[in-house]
Design a protein around this ligand. Structure first.
Ligand code: ASP
Length: 595
């Protein structure tokens, strides 16, 4: 065994090599590997083949078949590297040209048979079972690869941030509730029964205070917690590269964050993504119908309001905005040829999202339009529609006439439903969506506008004068980073003037008094010389998933929760002991009746 001094990085006191790193060039040397028995095959009367696996992969060992080792036993094997006999070379394996012979085996630990095979077959095993035995699931090549990609991404991000003189600062987990918008996880205080900490939905407030504190450039790969329904791209706890910078404009922030994203992509894929495009939120909505546009494919929304400006067709004449998408028969032959049932399903889908209806038209020979509504349109309208949409024989046209936002959203959803490739399929198309609205929608209980992002975003200087008179028209200096239709993260230039912060709070229905009571700890420091600042945060789980070729972030998180928020391995969440509740001054209500 090599000494501590002359040992290669992969060797330890128990092994000389990793299994999958042995090659034909090692033939003749005696080596020691450690790992798990991946497979045992009897070979003739006296011999058995053992595939031994560690995180690097597999090596075949020829052993005496009297030895008692079984699947997933932990072994140390010393043997001589020899070429595999003619005709038995396995081209699919990095070690496929060699095997270990004359082996001596030490059993380091026996194992019970695993509940599922520790290989690709487990991909089809029920996810609850995979998560219950996550430590076995992680033993598999796929999870090993994903977690190692994750580590690479984190390291590349750190490197890029450090190179730009960002300072890593850790921020508290136990903090007061903040107005960032997501539902928070609360932690009861034992010392002050009836009072609660909130777990951070992000380090937003801390990082802004760090700017007041003169840190200038802060970053942290931060754990954030939000009590929101889980999905393929959402977990209760998730990781973000969180950053903040002083004395900057939007372009400085986007440039700094781009460097981290590019470094992560280079580290995993070995290639530099092209310069990240920018699109305004309004253009994204107008062209793609969503604020996280997937730019890998066309089928853009076409503006048709002018085409029907003097139409007699009721559904169109009464609508504020008419747009359409063209399902190109050459690119999407199956969708363009949808029959009545599928078209009805599309119409139902459109109604579900809020449209009054969906108009479909099939383009036939001579660019004639076949549709239940075609007869209500004039010849000129039909001709103008065909030319505006660049329609060709065989295409399917889908039109929505409604309020601007509904028209965009409905067609944006249908566009994605019809043609969006799985998120992890290349090419990787990053895009910055800039100039988000400061407010979106109205809070059902307060009747007040809701923040588009969070209440600390600086209103766009060109729109500030309308903050009180027409708040919904005000843009924010806020931006998102989108990759293949997934929102990776968001950021903004922040309000650094306490008076402006109060004006925004007032719009949200938070009075000056309320603001002082709830967020005084945050507002007060801004009186002591807050520099102009801005920042960003992007979800590393989502980035890693896409770079690893996974469609679900659970595949790149070591110990995720299931879709219903539980952990089948530890059974969390679990009831607690009544004594613990007493100590916290908590009495439980009967569980709500199941609906
Ligand atoms: N705190 C924000 C978020 O987590 C990001 C930011 O504005 O920097 O979405």
């Amino acid at each position: 065994m090599p000494t501590q001094q002359n040992r290669s990085i992969e060797s330890t006191s128990l092994r000389t090599h990793l299994c999958a790193n042995l090659r034909a060039s090692d033939v003749g040397s005696t080596v020691t590997v450690c790992g798990w028995v991946a497979r045992r095959r009897e070979h003739g009367e006296h011999l058995a083949f053992l595939d031994v696996r560690d995180y690097s992969g597999i090596v075949q060992c020829v052993v005496d078949n009297a030895v008692d080792v079984r699947s997933e036993w932990v072994v140390q094997i010393t043997g001589k590297v020899q070429p595999r006999p003619d005709g038995t070379v396995n081209k699919n394996l990095s070690t496929g040209e060699i095997e270990l012979s004359d082996c001596t085996i030490t059993v380091l630990n026996a194992a019970e048979p695993p509940p599922f095979p520790i290989d690709a077959r487990a991909d089809d095993v029920d996810e609850n079972v995979r998560l219950k035995y996550r430590y076995l699931d992680i033993r598999r090549e796929r999870m090993q690869r994903n977690l190692r990609i994750r580590s690479k991404v984190n390291s590349a991000i750190r490197g890029a941030m450090e190179a730009q003189q960002f300072v890593e600062v850790e921020t508290p987990f136990l903090m007061p509730s903040t107005p960032e918008g997501a539902r928070e996880f609360l932690v009861p205080s034992r010392k002050e029964p009836g009072s609660f900490y909130a777990l951070p939905q992000s380090p937003q407030l801390w990082k802004q205070l760090l700017m007041v504190a003169g840190i200038d450039r802060y970053y942290q790969i931060a754990r954030c917690l939000r009590d929101e329904d889980l999905r393929a791209d959402r977990q209760y706890e998730f990781m973000q590269l969180d950053a903040e910078m002083s004395f900057v404009t939007k372009d400085d922030v986007l440039a700094a964050i781009s460097k981290a994203v590019v470094a992560a992509a280079e580290a995993v894929l070995g290639e530099t993504p092209p310069t990240i495009e920018q699109i305004t939120w309004r253009d994204a909505m107008n062209r793609f119908g969503v604020d996280k546009p997937d730019m890998r494919f066309g089928m853009e929304l076409v503006e048709l309001t002018a085409v029907f400006s003097s139409t007699e067709f009721k559904a169109f004449s009464s609508a504020a905005c008419i747009k359409g998408i063209r399902v190109d028969a050459t690119l999407y032959p199956e969708q363009a040829a949808y029959g009545r049932n599928k078209l009805d399903a599309l119409t139902d889908r459109a109604k579900q999202i809020g449209a009054k209806g969906l108009v479909w038209m099939k383009v036939g020979e001579g660019l004639a339009l076949d549709s239940p509504v075609a007869k209500f349109l004039s010849d000129a309208e039909r001709a103008s529609l065909v030319s505006s949409m660049g329609a060709q024989n065989g295409d399917l046209l889908l039109l929505v006439a409604d309020e601007w936002a509904t028209t965009c959203e409905v067609l944006g959803t249908l566009r994605n439903d019809l043609a969006r490739p799985p998120v992890h399929e290349g090419p990787y198309k990053y895009v910055w969506v800039i100039d988000f609205p400061l407010f979106v929608g109205v809070n059902a209980t307060t009747g007040k506008p809701q923040p588009g992002h969070h209440p600390f975003c600086q209103p766009h200087p060109d729109d500030i004068e309308r903050l009180e008179s027409d708040p919904m028209s005000v843009r924010a200096l806020a931006y998102d980073l989108v990759l293949n239709g997934w929102e990776l993260g968001s950021g903004s230039i922040r309000i650094h003037d306490p008076e402006m912060q109060r004006r925004v709070f007032r719009q949200l229905g938070i009075s000056d008094e309320d603001a002082d009571k709830r967020f005084g700890f945050f507002l007060q420091p801004f009186k002591y010389g807050a520099p102009p600042h801005g920042g960003f945060a992007f979800g590393t789980d989502r980035l890693v998933a896409i770079l690893a070729g996974e469609e679900n972030i659970r595949e790149v998180i070591a110990f995720p929760k299931t879709q219903s928020g539980s952990d089948p391995m530890t059974n969390a969440p679990t009831p607690v002991n009544p004594a613990q509740l007493n100590e916290l001054g908590i009495r439980l209500l009967p569980p709500p009746a199941k609906s």
